[in-house]
Design a protein around this ligand. Sequence first.
Ligand code: SAH
Ligand code: SF4
Ligand code: F3S
Length: 443
Amino acid sequence: MSSPRPAPKSFHVKSFGCQMNVYDGARMAELMQAEGMVEAGADDADLVLLNTCHIREKAAEKVYSDIGRLAKRAGGKPMIAVAGCVAQAEGAEIPKRAKAVDLVVGPQAYHRLPGLIADAVAGRPAVDTDMPAASKFDALPARRGGAPSAFLTVQEGCDKFCTYCVVPYTRGAEVSRPWAAVMDEAKALVDGGTREITLLGQNVNAWTAEDETGRAQGLDGLIRALDRLPGLERIRYMTSHPNDMADGLIAAHGDVASLMPFLHLPVQSGSDRILKAMNRAHDLASYLRLIDRVRAVRPDIAVSGDYIVGFPGETDAEFEETLAAIREVGHAQAYSFKYSPRPGTPAATMDDQIAPQVMDERLQRLQALIGDQQLAFNRATIGRTCDILIERKGKQPGQMLGKSPWLQSVLIDGGEIGDLVEVEIVAAGPQSMHGERQRRAAA
Ligand code: SAH
Ligand code: SF4
Ligand code: F3S
């Protein structure tokens, strides 16, 4: 952050972490395009923006190796911007530790990116990790649709303070975007050609706002309104917290046709003692009850989740409880992580931190179980007929890749990006499936 330099004409955004970061990355790209900058590759962009994740140590450290590489880039060092949750957590410490960094912007301040770029160009310090009361969304250029499937952030932040997690610190308190803002953005996406919207939030099922008549609505009300939006074929949402799984939302899974049969509902552990130490404020039984209730209205629902192994003090027996819980739930897929102590969180200073090799062993066993369940779930869909939404080209010539209602990747021959086509699932692997187009009988 010293001598003046030419203003960047091109940019490249690299996003790490959760879908919300992917969404923010897309919004930052749109903002820079509105400023007249053009998108370019990481090897030749004038400005490279690293949109970072702080959730685990590995994710957070990755940014520093990226900065190191960019500082020595063959075509010359670009202007380097650090955004996202590491930016929020470490702020002005980042350019102190990595001198090559020119600009730091937190997840609630990125609408101010143009001013920060101007500061960096002028050689002024450019660090902004404010969490202003006014929403950044109001200051961003209008959304453009296009991709068949798009993310739409409706809720940000978290008030849950699980003892292992940095999100309440990096993303701030729970905030819901207003009804009209969400509806307008959804309409803009659909007008641009988007056919599937995934509503995003750190706790998306905590979303609440007044509709245009002044009535308080929860996420289910929003989903029902979006279901009536012409041209929008599919609705998804993630990530949800068990304590915010309202009756209306469960009911919506039974009677809203465009709400896809997929639920990402993390439980984290199968041990009530660990859940308590995690401050999850729910036990395993209440989680299992929720899954039962959703399955009662939507028997084919694909259940996804998150698991942490090796939380401080986790015994072998408590880990076995987690495996038993997974067997009971029967996942279509799930994410799992080794516990990572994060600075400033209560769990980081708890006694009985678990040895890395114990965590490795537990993670392997857990992932093997999830892998088996995923394959079983995929195999069970063989012979079923369903729509897939084509999102991109496959690896083989002429092959296309789409998503099933259960969020499986399905490969088919032919078709165009954005098509919803009816296929029969004919083969299943752990990661992807093969579909054959159904020819409707000629009339
Ligand atoms: N709000 C969401 C997810 C937030 S982060 C929820 O509560 O479900 C995504 C996942 O990362 C979490 O569900 C958790 O499984 C994992 N995670 C969060 N902090 C972690 C840590 N310190 N170590 C390992 N995994 C962590
Ligand atoms: Fe983190 Fe817990 Fe909030 Fe999820 S609910 S973001 S795990 S604090
Ligand atoms: Fe990572 Fe921040 Fe998302 S810490 S998981 S990018 S909310």
